[in-house]
Ligand binder design. Structure first.
Ligand SMILES: [Zn+2]
Length: 127
């Protein structure tokens, strides 16, 4: 008997941007997460099926905000800025201005994206 099927796999790419979570009301460094359907054989994932879906996820309450396709090009730059800031190689003011620009850009390219208000996070405050 051949047992095959599919399952969703979630990959946390990294901490993305500081946000005051509108769901759990904590100040958190939201993660960038990709979710993709995988073909499985005997419950072992073998290969991905279809395109990944992209989310910002609260590390505390798991609230997920979906990225629209036109917002995806903005993500890499913010991931880089966050990792540099977490290494204390960027000032708090510079990082906050990068985060503000990122959130403004998200709103500009997709006005229906409900972006919660931001917070000032501390380096190393991520999950
Ligand atoms: Zn939350």
């Amino acid at each position: 008997m051949l047992l095959f099927g599919w399952r969703m796999r979630r990959r946390v790419v990294g901490p993305l941007v500081p946000i005051d979570c509108a769901h759990c009301h904590n100040a958190a460094l939201y993660d960038y997460v990709e979710v993709r359907k995988w073909f499985t054989l005997f419950f072992v994932p073998l290969f991905p099926m279809g395109a990944a879906k992209h989310y910002m996820v609260c590390p505390i309450c798991n609230k997920m905000l979906v990225f629209k396709t036109e917002q995806l090009p903005l993500i890499a730059g913010m991931l880089d800025a966050t990792s540099v800031w977490r290494l204390d190689e960027m000032t708090e003011a510079d990082y906050q201005s990068r985060a503000n620009a990122f959130m403004d850009a998200l709103r500009a390219v997709a006005s229906r994206f409900s972006v919660p208000p931001q917070t000032a996070a501390q380096p190393g405050a991520a999950s």
